[in-house]
Structures are given as C-alpha cells and as structure tokens.
Write a protein that binds this ligand. Sequence first.
Ligand code: GLN
Length: 231
Amino acid sequence: QKAADTNKAKVLKIGAEMTFPPFEFQEEGSKEYVGFDMDLAKAVAKQMGYTAEIQNIGFDGLIPALEAGNIDMIVSGMSITEERSKKIAFSKPYYKSGLSIVVKGDNNSITSFKDLEGKRIAVQIGTTGAEEARKIKDAKVREYNSNSEAYMELKAGGVDAVVNDLPVNEYYLTKSGEKNAKIVGDIVNAEEYGMAVTKKNTELVEKVNKAIDELKKNGEYEKIYVKWFGK
Ligand code: GLN
C-alpha cells in the first residue's frame, strides 16, 4: 500500500451497513453516519494519519466491495468468523457481542433458540444471525437487506421472531419506542467484532491493531464506548 501511504489526501475508504444502531446508523432526518463503529473507525483512521471516508453498503456487499478494491476497510459490526477469515483479514477484536431473539411482547411460546424450531424468523442477509437461523430445524428463514425491514416484519406479524446481535436488539427496544417487543434467549459474548481489510494488506492490519491499542491506552476508546453504551 505504498500508493496510499504517499497519497497526499490519505483517505481511508470505510464501508458499513447503516441499519445497525448503535454501531452505524443515520438519525432520522440526518444524512450523517453515526454510531460507535463510526466514531471508532474515524479515530483509528486519524491515529494512522488518514481521513475516514464512509460509504453505506449492503451487509452482503461489504466483502465483495473490499475484494473489488472499492473500499479499504470494513467497520460494520462484523463478527470475526472462520468462514470470513478465509477471504479477508480481521483486526484484533474491538467489541464483544452475541446473538439474541426479539419476539412480540405477548409471545410466551418462544423463550430460547430451541423454541424457534418450525417458526418464521426474520434476519439480515449475510449475517451470523442468518447463518444461526438456518441451522434451526424446520425454521422458515426470511432474509432482509436491512435490520429495519426485519423488525418491521415482526411488527407486522409476518414472522414470529427476529434473530440479531444483542446490543442492536437492545437498542431497538429502548430507542425505537417499540413497546410491544421483548428480547429472549441471549447467546452473549459468543462473537467478537473486527475491522476487516484485504488479505494482501498485511501492513494495514498491523497499523489498525496498533491504532486500536493506542486508543485503548490513551482513553479515546473508553470515551467512545461510554458515549454510546454508558458506563
Ligand atoms: N455481527 C453480525 C455479523 O457479523 C451482524 C452484523 C450486521 O448486521 N451489521 O454477521
């Protein structure tokens, strides 16, 4: 990546899918991309001497965009998995996460992943939630381009449950004003988010890891964490 290093503008193109609050999203009526990942991505870029330029890309289009060279890095609540690691290079983990289920408030028949057998489940396409849902016996899995559409389908009664990352489900319940929904069946701390670059870009992975370490040491990571998740 000599070319990028000597480029005067030093722009780092970052891709994310913007229906994943509080990690990456747009506030109503705003075009700005905000969230924990967006702040951290900008801080990491700055630490490495770049300016972050953020692009909104469908979740299942992120890895292809990276491979095509349209973006330099993915920062999109992307869980580090063995399968993905065959194609792309992940940074060290920067956030611990895991899957959970959202059902309607008056649904008392689904309390765990086991209870999802034979049920209609909404997920976002290309996610670990989609993968997990497909493993459930006789489940009718519907894949949506955005998380917002998956939650809307639950609200409309088109599915029995949404499987998605716990912090995003929590944000949906607390911040969207949705009263008739609840979270059940956590698989907490089973996944970790990583920033991702192409396998060829080993130099950038090292720089990103170093930047994450530095931001943890100088208190910047903590500041961003508290801003989005509280203490
Ligand atoms: N963490 C999940 C995954 O990596 C979901 C990410 C997302 O929807 N942005 O598949």
